[in-house]
Design a protein around this ligand. Structure first.
Ligand SMILES: [Zn+2]
Ligand SMILES: [Zn+2]
Length: 249
């Protein structure tokens, strides 16, 4: 079977991603792969977020700025801004978080943008029905939301452009207050591991992060930690949450 090589050697060496099995009470990587800035809907500049990462003793961070196909007019400047940050205490990487835009796993980006990124994160932000129409949240049956989010996530994992699958089931958990069956979450983790896509454990969306981490270990997934920080106080939140939870376990 053709195994997609979505993670490059450089990405592996970045330190942003690691095997779930390497995480334990004494080893909780100090990374944050999910930061937003005032380039889009975040409150603070890249430099302010970077300084917060240094204060929280993060070793590597990814600026996973929201973008879409039409973002070519500013994305270069954003990338330059991130690459001009110091690299001595904390390494800052350029990324983007883009939405899954079809049921077949297409993502909302262009080569020009994705080739300028160290990592491309795909997340489900909108639910799309079988006919390709975007569903309004208010008119979506919560139990169907889980099915749709599952299908779209599984499809995105087939897309070779996707390096990181962002906040799996984030819409179901937070918007629709649903707890997808463990089998469904495990299916995503297993497929991500098989297709060399990094699974993001996200402190904003995954309340049951310890359980999800244990499943990532079960399938030997490569993972990263993300906070979805839009403010400086949240930078590094996934690492801190895990450290707290593991010290009390
Ligand atoms: Zn998102
Ligand atoms: Zn985000």
């Amino acid at each position: 079977m053709d195994r997609k090589l979505t993670i490059s050697a450089l990405q592996e060496e970045s330190g942003l991603i690691f095997e779930a099995r390497s995480v334990n009470t004494s080893v909780v990587p100090a990374v944050d792969c999910h930061l937003h800035t005032s380039w889009t809907d975040g409150e603070s500049s890249a430099e302010e977020m970077y300084m917060a990462a240094v204060r929280s003793e993060m070793g590597v961070i990814l600026f996973s700025e929201h973008s879409r196909k039409t973002s070519i007019d500013w994305f270069d400047d954003f990338a330059r801004d991130v690459r001009s940050l110091p690299a001595d205490t904390c390494k800052a990487l350029v990324g983007t978080e883009v939405k899954v835009e079809t049921r077949s796993g297409d993502i909302d980006t262009t080569d020009e943008i994705s080739n300028n990124c160290d990592f491309v994160m795909a997340s489900v932000h909108r639910l799309i029905d079988n006919s390709g129409n975007t569903l309004q949240f208010a008119e979506t049956d919560p139990s169907k939301a889980v099915e749709i989010e599952y299908d779209m996530t599984m499809a995105a994992l087939e897309n070779p452009k996707v390096n990181i699958i962002g906040h799996t089931f984030g819409m179901s958990f937070r918007r629709f207050k649903q707890n997808p069956a463990p089998k469904k979450i495990k299916d995503v983790i297993k497929k991500a591991a098989n297709n060399n896509v990094v699974f993001e454990l996200n402190s904003h969306y995954h309340e049951n992060f310890l359980e999800i981490l244990s499943w990532c270990k079960e399938y030997n997934a490569v993972i990263s930690f993300g906070s979805n920080a839009h403010t400086v106080d949240k930078v590094g939140e996934m690492t801190r949450s895990l450290q707290r939870a593991m010290s009390h376990a």
